[in-house]
Write a protein that binds this ligand. Structure first.
Ligand code: P6P
Length: 337
């Protein structure tokens, strides 16, 4: 009997991956399905954010010193909930929580993975209806199984990630995740409430014509970065341009666009933020992993991002990510990485 499988759901895809790798335990597939479930619940609230009193500041201030909006808290609790009650995660770290959380129950203590996530990145855009997103990063724990996870499980270099991904709540809702075997995108089909494989085996074009940076900070950037931005502005048909500047101010939307179309996203150090603004563990590392698996590059301007050894859960970093040849042109100004 020929079963019509022309559209694979996220669940079917992750189970198919299991069939292709019989030695796999299924814990990572299960964890990804848990994240997909939480994403669908967050999506419902994001889509009606303008209609119900879920907007507006929750009154609290998060560890970043930013006003926390109710949707941030809702999203944080959704991802925490599915991961705590799943079978694959020993604990989590989140932008919305000062410290990492150990689930510390028998099943969780025997689980293989820990997860870092930014539950709702770009949340400052929630009430002006700009695309926002969730970002997540999965590590195999280094602490002894059977016991509670420890800080060392979360302070691993990005090159030890097992999987990473994001959800973009935009004109459509997409979940994109990478393992070392590839990057795949799933678009939510509201008619069946399932993420369906829409972008198999995503590759980042070697070169693009989009550069993404906050020009408002231009005079705060180091000279080599300003020189590269100037070069972008001077591109012509004869020199691989003209380039266009696209910057939404929501990292998930900006990096997703550049991943698909080709381009470079930059959040350099500034005079005001000498260590950068973006968070290494749950913003830079996941996107660096995804873009590298797709064929691009990601650095902090001096070093491959995935090789940076973290020392703090919420540490910041300068971040440059995108098409390989555009990153190499940037490095011709900032120094070879
Ligand atoms: P700026 C959103 O607050 C965020 O963390 C990223 O999503 C986004 O890329 C960046 O900050 C925008 O920062 O300083 O340009 O507004």
């Amino acid at each position: 009997m020929n079963i019509n499988r022309n559209v694979l759901t996220l669940d079917e895809f992750t189970i198919q991956q299991l069939r292709n790798f019989p030695n796999a335990t299924g814990e990572l597939s299960s964890l990804l399905r848990d994240i997909g479930l939480a994403s669908k619940r967050v999506n419902v609230e994001v889509n009606k954010a303008g209609l119900v009193d879920i907007l507006g500041d929750a009154g609290s201030i998060n560890v970043q010193g930013e006003d926390v909006k109710k949707l941030d808290i809702f999203a944080n609790n959704q991802f925490m909930g599915v991961l705590k009650h799943g079978i694959s995660c020993a604990g989590v770290g989140s932008e919305e929580m000062d410290d990492f959380v150990v689930f510390d129950d028998e099943v969780s203590n025997n689980s293989k993975y820990v997860v870092m996530f930014d539950p709702l990145d770009g949340s400052g855009n929630i009430d002006v209806n700009v695309s926002i997103g969730t970002i997540f990063s999965v590590y195999r724990r280094v602490s002894e199984r059977g016991k509670p996870c420890t800080k060392e499980d979360f302070l691993q270099a990005g090159n030890r990630q097992v999987a990473a991904g994001y959800v973009i709540y935009g004109s459509s809702t997409m979940l994109v995740y990478a393992t070392r075997r590839g990057v795949n995108g799933f678009t939510l089909d509201p008619s069946i409430g399932e993420f369906c494989l829409s972008h198999p085996n995503i590759k980042c074009p070697e070169v693009g014509r989009i550069y993404s940076v906050n020009h408002g900070n231009f005079f705060q950037y180091d000279e080599p970065v300003r020189q590269y931005i100037d070069t972008c502005q001077r591109k012509t048909k004869d020199t691989g341009g003209p380039y266009t500047q696209r910057y939404i101010g929501s990292m998930v939307a900006d990096v997703h666009r550049n991943l698909i179309k080709g381009g470079i996203f930059m959040y350099p150090n500034t005079i005001d933020k000498p260590k950068g603004k973006l968070r290494l563990l749950y913003e830079c590392n996941p996107f660096a992993f995804i873009v590298e698996v797709a064929g691009g590059k990601a650095t902090n301007g001096k070093q491959r991002i995935l090789d940076v050894q973290p020392t703090e859960l919420h540490q910041r970093s300068a971040f440059f990510v995108g098409s390989r040849l555009m990153m190499e042109e940037l490095e011709s100004y900032t120094g070879k990485v």
